[in-house]
Design a protein around this ligand. Structure first.
Ligand code: GLU
Length: 444
């Protein structure tokens, strides 16, 4: 069977192909003369499967779409406090190239506007890094997100540099306020090299999927950003990525995204996918007109809005059974399943916390839980600890150590951990006829 997804993407492009509104960026010569008919889309899953349509191999300069990735690399290299000390995280509601600094702190408001991006660029490689060194840090760093070696288009860079009056003004402002200490012209040059790295929508979709997957590149498996830094990058993209259109974008499309004046646009749906589009004509905010329209359609058609409330956690408790063993003890076996986060753990706690003096042995079967986050794990461990405190014998059926209670240093030193239903029966819990029935598929 041919997957319907490429057909769907073809149809999404066709729907907007003949929209000729907007104009190519006029202040960068190679962008002003770009072929405005080019149109492409690519979606990457978190295991690196790519679905594309249109001019998906066509390369264009990354421009401002480099900013979140470089911000992430700077955070990794210098740590959060050092970067936050130089650049804030507040949306501006202003254009990307505004000459602005936060009035009270004197810092650029966020790393997505040029003032912030120039400052972040100047942090790369430390204070004394040369233009060549910073340029290579940027090229190599962006390549790690893409999973292949990217290159810089010197021609695009030279053209932008010749017209970079606004960015030179911003860099001089930063220098005069002591935000950067390097030569402003050199910082602008390095930043323009950063903007001139060539990517296709296929590269951008993988780069976006790296952010969607918590910082791990789906092609290479490399952990490019730590989960904490990755979250920081996405948070800033969500609030500041679309400049003065951020509110409209978040409410309508609801996918953290970043645009570039080359016409590229990428979005990240955490835990699900990365999307990238390319179409050179821009709206007044500097965002691709057709790209934004395709994102709007996809968000509606595929239910991508990040604020769509997910189904409430249900059916975490697969079974809750009681048995009387040979000694006459009451044994309660609760079997959990699926993915457990805070709400699921609350549900489990509510069930098991209800006072029940009749129960002597409490067994928790974790074998069908495929994912549990740290908060949920801590909540359930605490509930089990309290059951132990009430004098109950607690047994965990947890061969994969999903609860992290095996070994020394466990939060539950007294809990008995068993690997199989058979072992559960061997633990003195003889005579559990119904246990045998329950687990017949596993033990017979
Ligand atoms: N190189 C461009 C500039 O700094 C990037 C702007 C953008 O893509 O939004 O002006």
């Amino acid at each position: 069977m041919r997957s319907p997804i490429p057909d769907f993407l073809d149809a999404s492009l066709e729907r907007h192909r003949y929209d000729l509104s907007g104009a190519t960026a006029d202040y960068i010569p190679d962008l002003a003369s770009a072929d405005p008919t080019k149109l492409a889309i690519c979606i990457s899953t978190l295991d690196g499967v790519e679905y594309d349509s249109g001019d998906a191999d066509f390369e264009f300069s990354i421009q401002s779409m480099s900013k979140p990735f470089i911000y992430g690399l700077a955070l990794e290299a210098l740590g959060l406090p050092a970067v936050l000390d130089k650049v804030g995280v507040e949306p501006t509601g202003e254009a990307f190239n505004e000459l602005s600094l936060d009035k009270s702190s004197g810092k650029p408001l966020n790393p997505m506007i040029n003032a912030g991006a120039l400052t972040v660029h100047a942090l790369l490689g430390g204070k004394d890094a040369t233009l060549v060194e910073r340029t290579e840090i940027v090229r190599a760093g962006l390549s790690r997100f893409a999973g292949r070696q990217l290159r810089i288009d010197e021609h695009i860079a030279a053209g932008e540099l010749g017209e970079a009056y606004r960015n030179i003004a911003i860099a001089n402002m930063l220098r005069s306020y002591g935000v950067i200490t390097d030569d402003p012209d050199e910082v602008v040059h390095g930043y323009i090299n950063q903007c001139s790295v060539l990517v296709s929508v296929k590269d951008l979709a993988i780069m976006a999927a790296t952010l969607a997957g918590g910082g791990t590149n789906p092609l290479t498996g490399e952990q490019v950003l730590s989960p904490r830094v990755n979250r920081q990058v996405l948070g800033v993209m969500m609030t500041c990525g679309m400049y003065d259109a951020a509110g409209d974008w978040m409410t309508e499309v609801g996918v953290p995204a970043k645009s570039g004046v080359s016409g590229g646009l990428f979005g990240v749906l955490p835990g699900q996918l990365g999307i990238a589009t390319f179409s050179p004509r821009l709206d007044r905010h500097g965002t691709s007109v057709r790209g934004a329209k395709i994102f709007r359609s996809l968000s509606a058609d595929l239910g991508l809005h990040i604020m769509n409330a997910p189904e409430p956690a249900r059916s975490i408790i697969r079974r809750d059974r009681r048995f009387v063993d040979a000694k006459g003890d009451m044994v309660r076996i609760v079997s959990l399943q699926g993915l457990i986060q805070w709400a699921g753990a609350e549900n489990v706690m509510r069930e098991i916390a209800a006072p029940d003096d009749a129960v002597d042995v409490f067994a928790l079967d974790m074998r069908r839980v495929y994912s549990i986050n740290e908060v949920a794990r801590r909540m359930i461990v605490e509930a089990l600890r309290r059951l132990e405190g009430e004098g109950k014998r607690v047994v965990l059926l947890d061969p994969e150590d999903t609860m992290g209670c095996a070994g020394s240093g466990s939060a539950l030193p007294d809990v008995e951990i068993v690997d199989s239903p058979k072992e559960l029966r061997n633990l003195d819990l003889r005579g559990l006829r119904r246990v045998r029935d329950d687990f017949a598929d596993q033990t017979s």
